[in-house]
Write a protein that binds this ligand. Structure first.
Ligand SMILES: Cc1ncc(C[n+]2csc(CCOP(=O)(O)OP(=O)(O)O)c2C)c(N)n1
Ligand SMILES: [Mg+2]
Length: 374
């Protein structure tokens, strides 16, 4: 029996929290495999490893373009993604077509990985209603919710849909993403608690990229690990090197298998970094972090280590990368053109699209705008 002295040993509890979440890592900063069993368990073929890296490059090239467009004043709202390619694209590599995605505003890359065309993402950034159509160019649904702006709200929505998938006995899970800041929101806890109570198939990511706008992780919460938030609801919870694509894929794949088997949610904290400003709305990172810190994360970013690993395996080289980037840039060019060519959104249609049943005042406004051709 545990005695009162042990139960009341508060220091011991704190120390336990410290060691309860060792970080899963398979590919280290230098692109070396540090866990051969983990690599085998991931079970990725050579072609799949290359495809995974290509998806990460897709995300990076879109990010580069969007940041350029933002500087030219042609972008709208955009949350930069450089540095989070493994956390986002490698976890998305574990999605099955029938799975549902609940992204936050920084998680557009995961929707692209489900076949969402880039031009729709550009329109989403500009607040155009066509940017809220989650379908492929052939009109097929991509099973994604809209990128949520209200921090944490997607956790509640995802929990509900996950329960629906279970009730319909579908072989599918809901994947949901929030950030270190989002882990402090009530919605995040409520969604997790609900999903865990009803053993709903939910795979929940907390992308710990070090900052919530200017609030550093250490000020965010006194919990040693954000994954600990999952323990409060009885869900298995782990910490993963969020810049290690293979670890991220493995964690997502295993969590999916656990959730879809009827065991309830898994919480995955990913340790990563947002290498660029919070958003295109004029944030200056040097007001809250040092250049030296940013530089140190650029050295650990996920593309470098995956590139080294693939090059070492003779699966990738400079020419392949240059050719692929040229291909991506041409595809992005086409999508920018397409987004620019879309008819300007009418105010009347925006209101109609927002309100299923407009009230009297809104109905009058719709009529007024329509009569003015707006
Ligand atoms: C409920 C709510 N509160 C505040 C905001 C304003 N806000 C926008 S982004 C953000 C920081 C979120 O940080 P984090 O969850 O770490 O995600 P990151 O931006 O780092 O990806 C805040 C507070 C919001 N959008 N929603
Ligand atoms: Mg953050």
């Amino acid at each position: 029996m545990v005695n009162s002295k042990e139960i009341l040993d508060f220091r011991k509890q704190i120390n336990l929290q410290d060691t309860a979440f060792p970080m899963l890592q398979i590919l280290d900063n230098n692109g070396k495999i540090v866990d051969e069993d983990g690599l085998k368990r991931a079970g990725l073929s050579d072609d799949e490893l290359v495809q995974l890296f290509k998806n990460m490059l897709l995300s990076r090239q879109i990010d580069i373009r969007c940041m350029k467009l933002a500087k030219q004043g042609r972008m709208g709202f955009f949350g930069p993604t450089a540095g989070q390619e493994a956390s986002q694209m490698a976890s998305a590599f574990a999605f099955k077509e029938q799975d549902w995605l609940f992204p936050g505003y920084r998680d557009l890359p995961q929707i692209y990985s489900k076949g969402w065309p880039v031009w729709k993402g550009l329109l989403w950034s500009r607040g155009h209603q066509l940017g809220n159509e989650y379908t492929t160019d052939d009109g097929k649904p991509v099973n994604s919710w809209f990128p949520q702006i209200i921090i944490g709200a997607q956790y509640v929505e995802a929990a509900g849909v996950a329960l629906g998938l279970k009730k319909k006995k579908q072989d599918a899970v809901a994947f949901v993403y929030t950030g270190d800041g989002g882990s402090s929101q009530g919605d995040t806890y409520e969604g997790l608690n609900f999903a865990s109570s009803f053993k709903a198939p939910l795979v929940a990511f907390i992308q710990n990229n070090g900052y919530a706008i200017s609030t550093p992780r250490k000020v965010q919460t006194a919990a040693q690990h954000l994954a600990a938030k999952g323990w409060a609801v009885g869900a298995p919870s782990i910490v993963v090197d969020g810049n290690d694509a293979i670890a991220m894929y493995l964690a997502a794949k295993e969590a999916r298998a656990w959730a879809v088997a009827g065991n309830g949610p898994v919480v995955i904290e990913t340790i990563t970094d947002r290498l660029e400003p919070h958003s295109t709305a004029g944030d200056d990172p040097l007001r809250y972090r040092t250049q030296a810190e940013i530089d140190s994360w650029w050295k650990k970013e996920p593309l470098i280590r995956m590139r080294k690993f693939l090059t070492c395996k003779k699966l990738w080289d400079e020419k392949k990368e240059n050719d692929y980037i040229a291909e991506l840039d041409a595809m992005i060019d086409e999508n920018v053109k397409k987004a620019n060519g879309v008819e300007k959104q009418k105010i009347s249609s925006f209101i109609k699209n927002t309100l299923e049943v407009p009230g009297q005042v809104m109905t009058e406004q719709i009529k007024k705008f329509e009569s003015e051709g707006k």
